[in-house]
Design a binder for this molecule. Structure first.
Ligand code: GLC
Length: 554
């Protein structure tokens, strides 16, 4: 089937269901809640929704540990509710993208239960190894979430590999039967009418033969032997050929530690490209090293380098997936912006990425400027990775320091319930919310921002609407200016007949800005700004804290 690549004209909204909206009052977000909010999502200008996993799951990794791939968790309303949401989204012209998590399953999945008992054909569905002499682990790999990557199973009398949590055993993708299962899952959802998949850590699915030891390296030991592993392209091509090619759908791969060069191997636009879009992590590392837990001071230059690198290297070859937030990273205003200048910096950050070339994704609550969460008690954290980091991270000895690392690093900061209003529980639930509601909900909530024409919410609406009316945002080239500046991010988008200049100040105090000579600000139309005073003098202005201006020429 010809690839239409409709995602290029779209903006997507990500829903992490547990915390989006509770429709039945049991304290957990659900599809009834989503149904209530479909008009809201559409009103933002969204063309599609990516759902984090909705499948039945024991929930140790909030749904990324799946126990049944062909159903919807009853806690979310089951299949009936999902079909209503799917129809409701389609009726509003929105696509629906599911999360495909096939690097691993839950250990409560039937396949694993049968595999540990060596019941055919499931015996080799997972990666089992006997203990090395002396009961030693099969190799030195670390898991991302909980210590070593191997767990002893007394039932089978062998170790199994888990690159993530202990309850998330890795599937053995080298087994053709497992790949057939994956295809069955894909067809099931595509036949039901979903429009594509976000593929969870899909670059991890092919492990190096022999599972060799890795270098002694402080984080994620082993990753060299399974990220972009030896048969990854073969497997993704197989899924493409046998399934995706027969449907009008999109695919988006989550790819930790991916360079632009490597990304192009997957997403370069050819008839047989394996994947359409790639979720890279580089732009999430402007204030950390490799992981959010190794915090470093925010570096605008680092951020700009990665943004421009992805814009330039993919240009004319592949399409960028643009994002600032998702369920795996702390909130962006608290990281790259300023909680003191919450609205101003939220608007500036929105414009900084929404006018780049690519398909933007907005994560629930980002559009109202939800910020990080700073609990005084580490016990309040729910996330498996966070809890392990607190208990075992050896880099800091004092418990205060370890708690602070969670404030800056924990994914739970982005998982507090969406702040819909200033009513009890932020309007998220009429019951007792499953998770802590950020106490700033009285100041930051959607209902209040609906009433305020200058709110961040309205700014998102305006920016998204604008990007759709300006062909230059889709088609134009990208050029960055003032690359060495530690205060400004400035970029232009240009076609033969149209120009856009986006000026973003990342400074928390007034700073002088002078436009590049070739752009005459006085003759341009100022189409978006976050301050009322928009004077221009000598082709420049004094930029207020986190000021943003978008100029347009035609
Ligand atoms: C991905 C998901 C994350 C999950 C992990 C394991 O990184 O985005 O939330 O914990 O994979 O499935």
């Amino acid at each position: 089937m010809e690839r239409k690549r409709w995602y290029k004209d779209m903006v997507f909204y990500q829903i992490w269901p547990r915390s989006f909206k509770d429709g039945n009052g049991d304290g957990v977000g659900d599809l009834l809640g989503v149904l209530e909010k479909l008009d809201y999502i559409k009103s933002l200008g969204m063309d599609g929704i990516w759902f984090s996993p909705l499948y039945p799951s024991p929930g140790i990794d909030c749904g990324y540990d799946i126990s049944d791939y062909m159903d919807i968790d009853p806690a979310y309303g089951g299949m009936e509710a999902f079909k209503k949401v799917l129809d409701g989204a389609h009726a509003r012209g929105m696509k629906v993208i599911m999360d495909l998590v096939v690097n691993h399953t839950s250990d409560e999945h039937e396949w694993f239960q049968k595999s540990r008992q060596r019941i055919e054909p499931y015996t080799d569905y997972y990666i089992w190894r006997p203990a090395k002499p002396g009961g030693k682990l099969p190799n030195n790999w670390d898991s991302m979430f909980e210590g070593k990557a191997w767990e002893w199973d007394p039932v089978r009398g062998e170790y199994y590999l888990h690159v993530f949590a202990i309850k998330q055993p890795d599937l053995n993708m080298d087994n053709p039967l497992v790949r057939e299962e994956v295809k069955k899952i894909l067809r099931f959802w595509l036949d039901l009418g979903v429009d594509g998949f976000r593929e969870d850590v899909i670059t991890f699915i092919s492990k190096k033969e022999g599972l060799p030891n890795d270098y002694i390296f402080p984080v994620s030991r082993g990753i060299r032997h399974y990220n972009h592993g030896p048969r990854i392209h073969e497997y993704l091509s197989e899924f493409r050929r046998d399934v995706f090619d027969h449907y009008d759908c999109m695919t988006m791969a989550e790819a930790p530690l991916v360079s632009t060069k490597r990304a192009l191997e997957y997403i370069e636009e050819k008839e047989d490209s394996e994947i359409d879009l790639m979720i890279q992590f580089e732009t999430m590392c402007a204030d950390c090293l490799f992981t959010d837990y190794i915090h470093t001071p925010f570096s605008l230059r680092k951020l700009k380098r990665t943004w421009s690198n992805w814009q330039n290297k993919l240009d004319g070859k592949a399409w960028n997936m643009l994002y600032l937030e998702n369920h795996d990273h702390p909130r962006i205003i608290s990281r790259y912006g300023s909680e003191k200048f919450c609205t101003e910096s939220g608007k500036m950050l929105a414009a900084a990425y929404l006018f780049q070339k690519g398909t933007p994704f907005v994560y629930q609550g980002q559009e109202i400027g939800m910020t990080n969460w700073y609990p005084a008690d580490p016990e309040l954290y729910e996330d498996v990775q966070t809890r392990w980091q607190y208990a075992h991270n050896a880099l800091h000895k004092s418990s205060e320091k370890r708690l602070q690392r969670l404030w800056y690093g924990s994914r739970d900061s982005a998982r507090t319930p969406v702040q819909w209003s200033d009513a009890e529980n932020a309007g998220f639930s009429t019951g007792t919310p499953w998770f802590y509601v950020n106490e700033n909900y009285r100041a930051i909530n959607a209902a209040q921002q609906e009433q305020d024409p200058d709110s961040l919410l309205q700014f998102y609406r305006k920016a998204i609407a604008l990007r759709k009316t300006l062909p230059v945002v889709r088609d134009g080239g990208y050029r960055e200016f003032k690359k060495l500046s530690g205060k400004f991010y400035v970029y232009a988008r240009e076609t033969a007949g149209e120009k856009l200049l986006v000026i973003c100040s990342f400074a928390d105090r007034p700073v002088n800005f002078k436009a590049p000579k070739e752009f005459d600000l006085a003759s341009g139309a100022l189409i978006l700004a976050n301050y009322k005073d928009t004077d221009v003098q000598k082709n420049g202005f004094t930029a207020q804290p986190y000021e943003v201006r978008v100029y347009h020429w035609k």
